[in-house]
Write a protein that binds this ligand. Structure first.
Ligand SMILES: *[C@@H]1O[C@H](CO)[C@@H](O)[C@H](O)[C@H]1NC(C)=O
Length: 449
């Protein structure tokens, strides 16, 4: 979120208090693309356990995919063999209740720790079960590995963070450390209620993490963060925070490659999805967003930093009452690129800035001074985007003078403004500068050049 240049993020120490719900993945900072580390340092993210993350962090062979399996997205040989082993041996089912969890309002932490330890030591795979229709209260827990085989964590009931400040010496709540081949599954009923706590990060790398069917509520900051991850699938999530809660990004993707986010409903006080530097091959599909700030790439290039985002597809999304629809935002003075981006099949309902590229993004107290360099924005496709704009300007392409946006392609865009006292003809406006455009089909409103 610092990448997003929130005011209070700028002095980063404050951030540490913060709260994300799920953090699985990890910062193995040594062997990732070099700019990751730079990003963290640059924005003051300390590469410590505080960085909220979830996912996987290490490169494996992404081409060895083979379907039909527990972890069937970007499968790897390693997972195959691990699961083949697990299947042959029948995974152990480990129920937290069997380890003394009571779900009676008391502290269930010890039971969770013991159950984890037992599951993690199974060499035949394990399914760790948090039974449904029960509410377990837990203090901070380090679910650390390495584990002997693949794990499925079935959170069917509710896990709630304890509310006592004194329990949080390290400002983190649930975190997975050095665990590979993990799937977190909520079955549609599972709930992780942060009470404002962090489900926090691991230090070591993880491969191939999936999270699905979980309801994630009341994180005080970003709910689900994938940082320096590789091969991630997040699906069927319900992420909720009050619309007026600050900095509650729904899903934050940073330095992560090969990630699918699908069929999820996100209602928060900040971006539904934010995608920042180092992210590549990101696909978001079937997203329902609002309230919130929409789906954003960026912000990128703050404080003269380099930023690289490429190959992003947002397909089949509905945004309602959000402050932005699909947005690319970069600061003046940055460098690098945001390229090969597709927004398609998107429905807007009363969205304030349905389509926006803002290369003069400035979210700080002091006005941003004019700078020459910029993150280059190129090859951006807007296809089949319809609906209503809450402001008169439905299409805003405000690009850098020195690095104009290139290869912007608009096809079948139909955005209108509901009648109001300022505008009684339903016609939306466009505001475009320093942009090289191509149109196809009907585009309304068009840039008036
Ligand atoms: C549309 O959005 C504006 C600004 O966000 C809000 O004031 C207005 O009530 C919304 N209209 C409808 C019909 O939801």
């Amino acid at each position: 979120m610092c990448q997003k240049g929130k005011r209070h993020c700028i002095c980063l120490p404050l951030i540490v208090l913060i709260i994300t719900l799920i953090c699985l993945c990890v910062g193995s900072y040594g062997d990732e693309e070099p700019n990751f580390r730079f990003q963290f340092d640059h924005f003051g993210h300390r590469p410590t356990t505080f960085a909220p993350t979830f996912g996987v962090s290490h490169h494996n062979n992404p081409n060895s995919a083979a379907g039909g399996n527990l972890f069937n997205y970007y499968n790897t040989n390693q997972i195959w063999s691990s699961l083949a082993r697990a299947r042959a041996l029948k995974p152990k089912v480990v129920n937290v209740d069997a380890f003394g969890a009571k779900a009676d309002g008391g502290d269930d932490s010890q039971a969770f720790k013991k159950a984890w330890k037992y599951a993690c030591s199974s060499s035949q795979g394990a399914v760790l079960v948090v039974p449904k229709k029960k509410i377990y209260h837990v203090k901070p827990i380090d679910f650390s590995g390495p584990c002997k085989s693949a794990l499925v964590f079935k959170v069917y009931g509710t896990i709630k963070a304890s509310v006592h400040h004194s329990d949080y010496k390290e400002r983190k709540w649930l975190y997975f450390d050095n665990v590979e081949n993990l799937r977190v599954e909520g079955g549609g009923s599972g709930t992780i209620n942060g009470n404002g706590r962090t489900w926090c990060p691991a230090r070591k790398r993880q491969h191939n993490v999936q999270v699905g069917g979980v309801r994630i509520k009341n994180a005080q900051q970003m709910h689900l963060t994938f940082r320096n991850c590789f091969n991630v699938k997040a699906s069927n999530l319900l992420v909720k925070a009050p619309g007026n809660s600050p900095n509650t990004d729904g899903i934050h993707v940073s330095g992560t490659q090969n990630i699918i986010i699908q069929n999820s409903v996100i209602a928060t006080g900040d971006d539904c999805i934010s995608i920042v530097s180092g992210s590549k091959n990101v696909r978001a599909t079937g997203i329902t967003c609002g309230p919130g700030h929409g789906i954003s790439i960026g912000s990128l290039g703050a404080k003269n930093s380099e930023a690289y985002v490429s190959n992003v597809i947002v397909d089949k999304a509905t945004l309602s009452g959000t402050t932005n629809g699909v947005r690319i935002k970069t600061w003046q003075g940055g460098s690098g690129y945001a390229k090969n981006i597709k927004f398609r099949n998107i429905m807007m309902h009363n969205v304030s800035n349905p389509i926006i590229i803002d290369q003069n993004y400035c979210d700080q107290r002091k006005p941003c001074s004019k700078q020459v360099s910029a993150v280059q924005v190129s090859n951006v496709v807007y296809q089949n985007i319809r609906g209503t704009s809450a402001s008169d300007v439905a299409l805003k392409l405000d690009c850098s003078q020195s690095f104009p946006c290139r290869g912007i392609y608009l096809q079948n865009v139909d955005l209108s403004v509901p009648q109001n006292q300022h505008n009684n003809n339903n016609i939306a406006e466009a505001s475009c500068s320093n942009v090289r455009l191509t149109y196809q089909g009907n585009v309304s409103p068009p840039c008036s050049t």
